[in-house]
Design a protein around this ligand. Structure first.
Ligand code: SAM
Length: 247
């Protein structure tokens, strides 16, 4: 269960709302039962429950430790070209399971879906999907789903990353593995690495957009000989990065 930091006070935790119902009515837990909660900041707590009240249940923290669901040496932001329909929901759910740290949707020339003013409801839904996926996969944080931006605007964030990749369907020379090997030779990788990954929408990238990204220092990589759907590409990159970092 994820709890807000204000639900934790000293050695005690108070749980209400839907989680209270789930703990007491669905799981039928109560006095002296042990649950695990997470503060969403990467720390897990082992909690011994007290007798539930009408609307809330308290507990005493017995142990606290870094969440095992987080990769201590990798942080990945997925910049995802806005896809059609509800595909973004699948992308969020699966990429959260695969350990993404943050997801930033963007619009670009060949995107069928463009940014609309009234995105609030959609973003709330996307954040809810990220929350549910984080809970299900025992993540230590709930990855943020940010407001959509444009491809050009996202380049401004590049300075905050150790390396920034763009998965390009027309890249012939360099695979992600080759780019990671080169990066490893030229940089200190014995620290937490912050990686940005750009995935195009269904229509892919316009060559001019790719040139602009390259001029800003973004590294183009191929994900293999086959063209993957936009919803598959981010998952493939995350799987490869996990393999690279976790061995
Ligand atoms: N419309 C493009 C075409 O026909 O060549 C394909 C775009 S693909 C469906 C959507 C995005 O997934 C691409 O822009 C890219 O970011 C990523 N992608 C898919 N397959 C890839 C591959 N083999 N190598 C690198 N990126 C790939």
């Amino acid at each position: 269960f994820f709890v807000e930091l204000n639900q934790i006070s000293g050695d005690t935790v108070v749980i209400s709302g839907e989680d209270f119902k789930h703990i007491t009515k669905v799981l039928r837990l109560g006095n002296n039962d042990v649950i695990e909660v997470c503060d969403g900041q990467g720390i897990d707590y082992q909690v011994v429950l007290s007798t539930p009240g009408d609307q809330r249940v308290g507990g005493v923290i017995k142990n606290r430790y870094p969440s095992e669901g987080e990769n201590a040496d990798l942080s990945v932001t997925l910049f995802q070209g806005l896809p059609k329909g509800t595909k973004m929901e699948v992308i969020i759910q699966k990429c959260v399971e695969l350990g993404v740290t943050e997801i930033v949707p963007f619009s670009s020339q060949r995107a069928i879906t463009q940014i609309k003013d009234k995105q609030d409801k959609k973003i709330e839904r996307w954040q809810r999907i990220a929350y549910e996926a984080a809970k299900q996969s025992k993540r230590g944080i709930v990855p943020a789903v940010k407001n959509p931006c444009s491809l050009i605007n996202l380049l401004a964030a590049k300075a905050h990353y150790d390396v920034f990749f763009l998965a390009y369907e027309d890249e012939q020379k360099q695979s992600l593995k080759m780019a990671l090997d080169t990066f490893k030779k030229q940089n200190d990788v014995n620290k937490k690495l912050k990686i940005g990954v750009i995935i195009g929408p269904e229509g892919g990238f316009d060559p001019q957009e790719v040139e602009t990204c390259q001029a800003a220092g973004v590294v183009c990589v191929s994900l293999g000989k086959r063209i993957l759907r936009t919803e598959t590409a981010g998952m493939v990159v995350l799987s490869q990065l996990n393999f690279w970092r976790e061995g």
